[in-house]
Design a protein around this ligand. Structure first.
Ligand code: COA
Length: 192
């Protein structure tokens, strides 16, 4: 049975393995990644699909600005495990993500992807003609869906990262702790 639910901390390793399988190392060089790196996904908008408890699908949305001062979400990456494709799991993830974003009061979703796939969920390039990404992108793959009518009317400018910053490890504290551990080990070895 397939279940769609919010991602948990314990899902991260399986999600990353799935994304490696679906996109390969090139996923880190995508321009969309520039809007995600170092940021947390939008609250409540990281979803996974599980089949008999195993993670088989993932989608996340990220806070961005669609031109200065215009709040929006960036969708991606979306992936479904190869062995589970063409059974509606990608569509179920998309529909649930869109519904949750709408319910949470978001205005619009942008993404870079195939119009032939995302068109079925209402995405098109109609409102993105004057928006651009912070790097290389195919203009006909920059798509958007308005969650509130007119949300992207006149949208103009760079799509920018706006998510909360992911906590970075306190390296100084880690080094100090490690140094303390090393000193303790040396003291114990000398005393033995
Ligand atoms: C794209 C992806 C998430 C779809 O997941 P899925 O669970 O197979 O999707 P669904 O079962 O809901 O839909 C399958 C339909 O989408 C179509 N489809 C899948 N990828 C497509 C694409 N890139 N362009 C056009 N149609 C596509 C399938 O041919 C199928 O068509 P049908 O309904 O007419 O038979 C999955 O194929 C995947 O993970 N691909 C690799 C990563 C990727 O390319 N992601 C982003 C796409 S831009």
């Amino acid at each position: 049975m397939v279940t769609i639910r919010e991602e948990k901390f314990a899902d991260i390793a399986a999600r990353e393995a799935l994304l490696d399988e679906a996109y390969g190392a090139a996923r880190f060089t995508k321009t969309s990644e520039r809007l995600r790196e170092g940021r947390l996904a939008a609250d409540g908008l990281s979803l996974v699909a599980t089949h008999n408890g195993r993670l088989v699908g993932t989608v996340r949305l990220w806070n961005v600005t669609a031109g200065p001062g215009r709040a929006a979400l960036l969708l991606g990456p979306l992936a479904v495990h190869q062995a589970h494709r063409n059974r509606g799991i990608g569509s179920a993830l998309m529909r649930r993500a869109i519904a949750r974003a709408r319910l949470a009061g978001h205005y619009a979703i942008v993404l870079v992807g195939d119009a032939a796939y995302y068109g079925r969920f209402g995405f098109s390039a109609a409102a993105t003609g004057a928006l651009w990404m912070p790097g290389q992108f195919d203009r006909d793959r920059l798509l958007a869906l308005e969650l509130k009518s007119g949300a992207l009317a006149g949208a103009l400018g760079m799509i920018g990262a706006a998510g909360r910053r992911a906590p970075t490890p306190d390296l100084a504290a880690l080094v100090a702790r490690d140094g303390h551990g090393e000193r303790t080990r040396v003291r114990r070895a000398r005393a033995a």
